[in-house]
Write a protein that binds this ligand. Structure first.
Ligand SMILES: [Zn+2]
Length: 321
């Protein structure tokens, strides 16, 4: 049955479930046999996989190396890994024999990541309802359980940050000789990395402000908490930007104060305030930046304490003293 683009973009949960049921009873394709056409749930997961992988070239080398989610998708769909990478190449429009409908789908989704992430969640929910386990199909974009449908940690990303990330990726691709990514792909990558970072930091901090304990019980709505980089995003390299030990969760006030240098942390994780805050006579400032409201020490319930070099960086370059 031929699918048009609305079968993808308007995929409903019952349709996705029906498609999964037919995928799950599929037999392995023998050598030389034609494989069955891709169903929308499969194609959409390939598209989501392209975002997860960042920009790579979808040749046979990638199929051999097999980073997640390529082997998982191949196993689940009863297809060869090269079939998955070819599908990705088709979507991207890199193959002259590739179907035009795949290219149109990718053109619609690469401009609208919100849509792609929403569809990814529908496909994943349908998979779980038909018995596909997280071992068989890991939540490779880490979006399955973010109830408030919003990517966390996006407020730190402004246009100049994307430009920086884009230029860095261009340099990297120049070095390893692979194809250059588009600005959109760089942006998608930055968004996903930020979302993962924010989620890991919030979990590590027990979903509460490390400075005052502020939290909202209803996590299905915006929590108001921010995941802040200790060494700022702009000054960090790729690894540091993703490092959970480079993050603290804070309420909006303490987050802003930490970024502005009115709050910092000692090596023993003691909370230190700037002179202008400590000497303020304003009642609100006195309340929010003194005990018992402000904690003397911070704790990381998740166990990943901040790395000392990030703390040094913050004290030396950000803190107003
Ligand atoms: Zn706070």
């Amino acid at each position: 049955m031929p699918y048009d683009i609305s079968h993808y973009l308007d995929l409903s949960l019952p349709d996705a479930e029906a498609q999964w049921r037919s995928v799950l009873v599929r037999e392995e394709v023998g050598p030389g046999e034609n494989q069955v056409d891709y169903l929308p749930v499969e194609t959409l997961l390939c598209a989501a996989g392209m975002v997860a992988l960042g920009h790579v070239s979808y040749g046979s080398g990638l199929a051999t190396k097999g980073p997640t989610p390529i082997p998982e998708l191949a196993r689940l769909f009863r297809r060869r890994r090269t079939s998955i990478t070819s599908k990705m190449a088709n979507l991207e429009g890199g193959r002259s024999r590739g179907g035009k409908s795949d290219q149109r789908l990718w053109e619609a989704l690469r401009d609208d990541h919100g849509r792609l992430f929403e569809l990814y969640r529908v496909v994943l929910a349908a998979a779980r309802r038909t018995g596909v386990t997280p071992q068989q199909l890991p939540d490779f974009l880490e979006l399955e359980h973010s109830d408030a449908f919003e990517l966390l940690g996006q407020d730190e990303i402004d246009e100049s940050a994307v430009e920086v990330a884009f230029r860095e990726r261009l340099d990297q691709h120049r070095e390893d000789g692979s194809e250059r990514p588009s600005e959109r792909q760089a942006l998608a990558r930055v968004r996903i990395d930020q979302h993962r970072f924010a989620k890991a930091v919030l979990i590590n901090c027990g979903w509460a402000c490390v400075f005052c304990g502020f939290t909202l019980e209803d996590a299905s709505r915006p929590t108001l908490l921010r995941a802040s980089h200790i060494k700022p995003w702009r000054s960090s390299d790729d690894r540091e930007r993703r490092d959970v030990r480079n993050g603290v969760a804070a309420c909006p006030t303490h987050d802003a104060a930490f970024d502005a240098g009115d709050l910092t942390l000692s090596d023993d994780l003691e909370v230190v305030t700037s002179v202008r805050v400590a000497s303020s006579s304003n009642p609100a400032v006195r309340l929010m930046f003194n005990a018992p409201f402000l904690r003397p020490h911070i704790a990381m319930p998740g166990g990943y304490v901040p790395r000392l070099d990030y703390l040094h960086w913050h004290r030396e370059r950000i803190f107003l003293s």
